[in-house]
Design a protein around this ligand. Structure first.
Ligand SMILES: C[S@@+](CC[C@H](N)C(=O)[O-])C[C@H]1O[C@@H](n2cnc3c(N)ncnc32)[C@H](O)[C@@H]1O
Length: 291
């Protein structure tokens, strides 16, 4: 049984026997190799701007200038647009950050080594110290300008959010998940993700605030998103057997959920330490859900 194979520079696609392919490469490079209209759905969480140092050449997120970060992501998502089916969907989770207020580094915290930064980007032009940068909306508008249909902003509310020591603003307990599409009409199975109502056996169309706890993944020292955030995206955005893409695969959460729900997956990840973690995770998911 081969659950996942890690390869480099290829457009190799997953099969029934090998439902998840992990490509160890830069996202843009790897996407260039795939033909148009390959994937039904893309679920991903790119590196956030200036929040984590993944310590690897070509990493996205460590740009000193905000516009460079947005431009790099726009380029990656231009390729995602090309390789997505015409009725495909992109589910994009992205977090915000604050300007550094003149500090040039950040200590790592005990719970999260990846939060230590040897640099802090200077305050972007037009912003002030302590400003919320608004990264998610800047990216969403940039993608909209490139031709994506911006269909929904979903609030990922985290009931168990990290405490913050701030006393001059509320503690941040949400992130954004954007639903973007290639066309006006697209595959969206609303029934697969209906919500219960208070009436007995009642149900209603899914709402835009999703309360989901963060779930730590023990092997990873970086931001993983919880499987329960990914699952509704995959259920609504694809069918059994569809191929789902995650160009920033990290620990492979999207791959795990694909295996659980009978989808196939291509995950692209730059960092060889993380592809190892993802491969192990996919192999375990295959044993739990398929055999
Ligand atoms: C927010 S994390 C994704 C975590 C993932 N959703 C999970 O649940 O584990 C972003 C990932 O993007 C990877 N990354 C950074 N720059 C990249 C690039 N240029 N190409 C591909 N992956 C990259 C990082 O190594 C990191 O694993």
């Amino acid at each position: 049984m081969i659950a996942a194979q890690t390869i480099r520079n290829s457009h190799y696609l997953p099969t029934e026997l090998e439902p998840c392919v992990i490509i160890e490469d830069d996202a843009l490079n790897a996407l260039n190799n795939f033909p148009d209209n390959t994937f039904q759905c893309c679920v991903t969480s790119p590196p956030y701007w200036g929040l984590r140092d993944y310590g690897i050449k070509d990493q996205i997120g460590a740009e000193m200038v905000l516009c460079d970060y947005i431009a790099k992501l726009v380029n990656v998502f231009k390729e995602v647009f090309r390789v997505l089916a015409d009725d495909g969907t992109l589910w994009l989770n992205i977090g915000d950050s604050y300007t550094s207020g003149g500090r040039t580094w950040r200590d790592s915290d005990k719970k999260n080594r990846g939060r230590g930064m040897s640099y802090r980007a200077p305050t972007p032009e037009g912003l002030k110290p302590k400003d919320l940068v608004g990264v998610p909306w800047r990216l969403a508008f940039a993608l909209q300008a490139e031709g994506w249909h911006l269909r929904s902003d979903i609030i990922w509310h985290k009931p168990n959010c990290q405490p913050e020591s701030v006393k001059d603003r509320p503690t941040r307990s949400h992130e954004y998940l954007f639903l973007l599409t290639k066309s006006e009409k697209y595959h969206y199975n609303f029934e697969a993700i209906i919500e219960p109502t208070t009436e007995k056996n009642g149900s209603k169309n899914r709402r835009t605030v999703w309360s989901i706890n963060t779930t730590p993944f023990k092997d990873a020292h970086f931001a993983v998103f919880p499987p329960s955030l990914v699952k509704p995206c995959i259920l609504a955005g694809s069918k059994e057997g569809s191929i789902v893409l995650d160009p920033f695969f990290g620990s492979g959460t999207v791959g795990e959920v694909c295996i659980e729900t009978g989808r196939r997956c291509v995950g692209i990840e730059l960092n060889p330490d993380y592809t190892k973690i993802a491969k192990k995770r996919i192999t375990q998911a295959n044993l739990s859900f398929r055999y």
